[in-house]
Structure formats: structure tokens, C-alpha cells
Design a protein around this ligand. Structure first.
Ligand code: CDP
Length: 316
């Protein structure tokens, strides 16, 4: 790891990578990159490279894990062994288990879980190259992959982080700011402006906290605009490529926000008001126990099963 820089912000108010304090790193996303998945997204954010793939909704086996009134969402955040300077030991660890859990919860307010009782939606977020902000990059990619899979959602979810260096708040931390800064504050916002994830490492004053929330909100609104644009490009076939470059889009964000925001995300005709209530009953299956396989095998269950209980071919 490199040493702590003497200063994070120069006399011109620019950060080590030349950005303004409220400027995000360039983001690029591409949809439908994994043909076997129901939905997928490759996302680059600065030097972060993340792949998200969604499988489902599909029948959940073993059946005892099924929810009678809702779909089960499983989210696996994983860093590839080669994604960081020091090789990461493959397999789940405390950090990845925690990130998987909070990331899954970040999607709970938007996914219409009651539409697929007994089914499961698997979300895989694989970090191929890490450079600070991988959990937020993974959530942004997963949000797009869910939409690409046509999962009925109230809207998209966007994530970004605010930190503090040299006594100043900065949006979307780079590696040095993340490693040596005084705070790291990732948040997610839904299209409805609902907060679905807040984490915090470090300290803010009360005033800084309020400012940080506003900065995150603005950052997430920009990201939501880019996500909507990427989805429009794919599904409306406006461009010959699915690649969307943030710099090209950023000017259009404000306009995009005021546009019909529903265009990108698949929405059902009716929204059940009780969805969130029913989610309280969903057990936390995304918690991966280090000594257990992450997803249970489709083993035969104890009780005798009829033919129709046999696991079927996945419909991925
Ligand atoms: O990536 P994110 O900011 O969401 O999570 P973090 O735990 O704050 O990690 C910050 C950065 O440290 C990561 O993005 C990686 O670049 C790096 N890291 C690492 O090099 N090795 C690890 N085992 C974990 C993180």
C-alpha cells in the first residue's frame, strides 16, 4: 500500500486525481454482457471494474427455503483474487458477507417480491478490479442487471459514497481518500428518493453529516440518470452500442431526471402496498456462513417427494 499523502486537496481545490470535491469518477456501463444470465451489466467506475449477473426469478430448491408469499433475493458480492494489489483469499469473508447482506437489503424497497412466491432471484456481483468504492459500484451494476433481467421493480437503485479529507467532504472516494481519509459514507437512493443503505466509517459533525447526505443524493441522482439512459439505449435501440459514457451523458442528467423515469425499469401494472411489510418476513439467506457453501445444493429433501417436486432445469 502506498503512503499517506501529505495533502489530499491542492491550493486550487483539486483532488489527487484532478477532480473537484463534488465530482465523480467517470462511469461506463454495458448491459447484456453475459448471455447465460437473465440480466447482466459490466460497469467501470474510475479504475473499478465490476460484473453483475442476475438469474431468475426461478424455482428455489431446496423447497424448504421457499417463501410462500414472496421471492427470495440472494446477493453475492465477491472480489476476485486478482482484483487488488495483494491477492485475496478466494471465498466468502467477513467483509464480503457484510457487503452482500447490506447490498441485498438495498434492493428490498424496490423489487416487487410478492410477484414470485416460492422463487429466487440470484444476484452475483463480481469485482474484477478494485480501486475504492467497489460495494457502490457493485450495487449500481446489480441495479442495471436486475432491470436488464426484466425484474419488476418500482425503480432503480443508485449508490455512491462521500468521505472527508483535509477537513473537506469529497464525493466518490479514490483509493488514497478511502484508505487514509477521515470518513467513508456509502449510501444508496431509490428513484423515489428513499434511502436503502447507509454505512459509515469515521466521523462527521452533525453539519457534515447533513451535507454528506445531500452530496450522496446528488451523486446518486446523476447515476440514476446515467442508468436510465443506458437502459433507454439498450431497449429503445437508440444507439448501435450499449456502452454509455458518463461524460457524454452527464449534461443530460437533469433533463433525464425530469423525463419519464419509468422508461428504463420494468414496472408491473399494479403495485401492492403491502410489499414492504411482507419483506420483513424474509429470512436473511444472503448471509453466507464461512463454513457452509454459499448456496445450498439441490439435495433431495427428507420427506418423500412426488415427481413434480424434482428440481427442474433452470430457466435461466
Ligand atoms: O471497495 P469499498 O470502498 O466498497 O470497500 P472498502 O472495504 O472500503 O475497501 C476500499 C478499497 O480497499 C477497495 O475498493 C479495494 O481497492 C481495497 N481493498 C483491498 O485492497 N483488499 C481488501 N481485502 C479489501 C479492500
Amino acid at each position: 500500500m502506498s503512503d499517506k499523502p501529505e495533502k489530499f486537496i491542492d491550493e486550487n481545490g483539486l483532488r489527487l486525481d484532478g477532480r473537484q470535491v463534488d465530482e465523480m469518477r467517470p462511469m461506463k456501463m454495458e448491459l447484456g454482457v453475459i448471455s447465460r444470465a437473465d440480466g447482466s451489466c459490466y460497469l467501470e467506475w474510475g479504475k473499478n471494474k465490476v460484473m453483475a449477473a442476475v438469474y431468475g426469478p426461478r424455482e428455489l430448491h431446496p423447497r424448504r427455503m421457499q417463501k410462500a408469499d414472496s421471492v427470495l433475493i440472494r446477493y453475492r458480492y465477491n472480489m476476485a483474487a486478482f482484483s487488488v494489489e495483494d491477492r485475496i483469499r478466494p471465498g466468502p469473508n467477513r467483509r464480503s458477507i457484510e457487503i452482500s447482506k447490506v447490498s441485498r437489503e438495498a434492493f428490498e424497497p424496490v423489487v416487487l417480491t410478492h410477484l414470485y412466491p416460492g422463487a429466487v432471484i440470484d444476484v452475483f456481483a463480481e469485482v474484477l478490479q478494485a480501486d475504492a468504492g467497489t460495494r457502490t459500484a457493485a450495487i449500481n451494476a446489480a441495479s442495471m442487471a436486475l432491470a436488464d433481467a426484466g425484474i419488476p421493480m418500482k425503480g432503480l437503485v443508485a449508490a455512491c459514497a462521500v468521505g472527508k479529507v483535509d477537513g473537506q467532504l469529497v464525493l466518490d472516494l479514490n483509493k488514497a481518500e478511502d484508505n487514509f481519509g477521515d470518513a467513508d459514507f456509502p449510501m444508496t437512493f431509490t428513484q423515489d428518493g428513499e434511502v436503502s443503505l447507509v454505512q459509515m466509517d469515521g466521523n462527521f459533525t452533525q453539519e457534515e453529516f447533513k451535507q454528506a447526505v445531500e452530496m450522496c443524493k446528488e451523486g446518486c441522482q446523476k447515476i440514476l440518470g446515467m442508468q436510465q439512459e443506458a437502459l433507454r439505449n439498450k431497449f429503445a435501440g437508440e444507439l448501435s452500442t450499449d456502452e454509455v459514457d458518463v461524460e457524454l451523458i452527464e449534461e443530460d442528467v437533469v433533463e433525464a431526471e425530469s423525463d419519464d423515469v419509468d422508461e428504463g425499469a420494468a414496472e408491473p401494472e399494479e403495485v401492492d402496498e403491502d410489499v414492504e411489510e411482507s419483506q420483513d418476513d424474509v429470512e436473511d439467506h444472503s448471509m453466507i456462513k464461512a463454513d457452509e457453501p454459499e448456496f445450498e445444493e439441490d439435495e433431495p429433501e427428507d420427506e418423500p417427494e412426488s415427481e413434480e417436486d424434482e428440481p427442474e432445469e433452470e430457466t435461466a
